[in-house]
Write a protein that binds this ligand. Structure first.
Ligand code: ZL4
Ligand code: CA
Ligand code: ZN
Length: 380
């Protein structure tokens, strides 16, 4: 056991919980507000440096737009800046071109939403690079599908890419690990040609959004073997994720030797997710964080997917406690403002479902062997 208290920075801005995709859209920014409430009522905030958007703006000394255009095109960000649900009919061609369709509707205050989400990840990168913390958390981030000039899969701007670009100013090598059930395509694409960022995504593959992330997609040119993809079937359980996560991460740590890690911790890989079809418990999801912590490399933890409202705050609160090495009780605190979401059990940990694990040991083993074989090709 690691007994010293980690220095943890935690980002949350109250404004984030007020954004709304639509009542029927599965993505609910409110889940991050509920997480923040639970983190507070478990008494975890007193162990962390808590920051918000105005802190980040003072700290990074950059104008709003410059933060987003480090990766995104000016014309794309210009549209995000001006578009509203009221005026969008005037911009039909651009909406189509930049993919503002059903998955990515035009939100009220869209530009503010993008800044709020990104401030946490870029702020986290700055705090880590300045050695103020060795773990920094932004549950409002992790929107890994956004492209340079395209919205995709509920994501408008890619805070993961923007945070990593900030880290690259200080560090030589960055590892990005993605345990959301969807492939981290936007991050992979952004760094597909470089050997300074390794991306590693675990995801459901075959007949599943966004359709990319084949095991043979390994990067290109200088970036060859610096993209890692672990395709999976339905029903992934706790035993299976541990079985695959450890050897893959061990080999990456040994051969790539990252200076810093960003973990995208999408909770749509949990059992019972509205869009997902894996079968992880919160503890199983959390073993990935515990495992990465062992290497004593600074970590940025960002959010991502998660569509069953009663699961997401439980998981991210538990993982905040793991980051801190501060154990928390299984009973949900009585004072929680959102207590209705946690009934009828009012426990932090919930049982998983009885769905079948469709990833056989042979299938997993075969993929591990292929991935470790690719990783032999790099550096050591
Ligand atoms: C919805 O009910 O697979 C959007 C999206 C909106 C409200 C009413 C509109 C109804 C499910 C999803 C029609 C919506 C049709 N509403 C959307 C190929 C698709 C084309 C668009 O976790 N239709 C696209 C994206 C995925 C597709 C997953 C995961 C993000 C992340 C990181 C993004 N898109 C089929 C869907 C609904 C909706 C109900 C939906 N969209 C489920 N899966 C998708 O990786 C944050
Ligand atoms: Ca993933
Ligand atoms: Zn997802």
């Amino acid at each position: 056991m690691n007994l010293f208290k980690q220095k943890v920075t935690y980002y949350y801005d109250e404004e984030f919980g007020t954004f709304n995709y639509s009542t029927t859209h599965p993505m609910k920014p409110l889940r991050v507000a509920i997480t923040d409430d639970l983190v507070g009522h478990y008494g975890l905030k007193q162990h962390m440096n808590c920051i918000d958007q105005s802190f980040v703006q003072t700290y990074i000394k950059r104008v709003d737009e410059d933060v987003l255009t480090q990766f995104h095109s000016y014309e794309y960000i210009d549209l995000i800046k001006i578009i509203t649900p009221e005026n969008k009919c005037q911009y039909e061609d651009q909406l189509y071109r930049f993919n503002f369709m059903e998955d990515c509707p035009v939100l009220d205050r869209l530009f503010d939403f993008c800044l709020c989400q990104t401030s946490g990840s870029v702020g986290a990168a700055c705090v880590i690079a300045d050695q103020k913390s060795n773990i920094a958390i932004n549950w409002s981030g992790g929107l890994h599908h956004a492209k340079q000039s395209e919205a995709s899969g509920f994501c408008y701007v890619n805070d993961c890419v923007l945070g990593i670009l900030e880290l690259l100013k200080t560090y030589q090598r960055v590892l990005y690990v993605d345990i959301d059930i969807h492939h981290g395509d936007g991050v992979e694409e952004a760094f597909y040609l470089t050997d300074r960022v390794m991306t590693c995504s675990f995801h459901k593959f075959k007949e599943y959004f966004p359709g990319t992330g084949h095991i043979d997609d390994v990067g290109h040119d200088k970036g060859k073997y610096y993209a890692v993809n672990f395709p999976l079937n339905e029903g992934l359980n706790d035993d299976s994720i541990q079985y695959i996560f450890k050897p893959v991460i061990d080999k990456i740590m040994e051969n790539f030797r990252p200076d810093v890690v960003m973990l995208q911790g999408g909770t749509d890989s949990l059992s019972g997710d509205r869009l997902g079809c894996f079968n992880l418990s919160i503890k199983g999801h959390g073993t990935c964080i515990e495992y990465l912590k062992k290497f004593n490399v600074p970590i940025i933890m960002v959010g991502g997917g998660g569509y069953t409202l009663r699961n997401v705050p439980r998981c991210w609160t538990y993982e905040t406690s793991l980051a801190l090495n501060v154990p928390i009780q299984d009973n949900i605190p009585d004072e929680s403002d959102y207590k209705v979401y946690f009934g009828p059990e009012y426990k932090l940990h919930l049982p998983i479902s009885n769905m079948e694990e469709q990833n056989s040991k042979d299938y997993l083993e075969k993929n591990i062997v292929q991935i470790l074989d690719n990783l032999k090709q790099i550096n050591p």
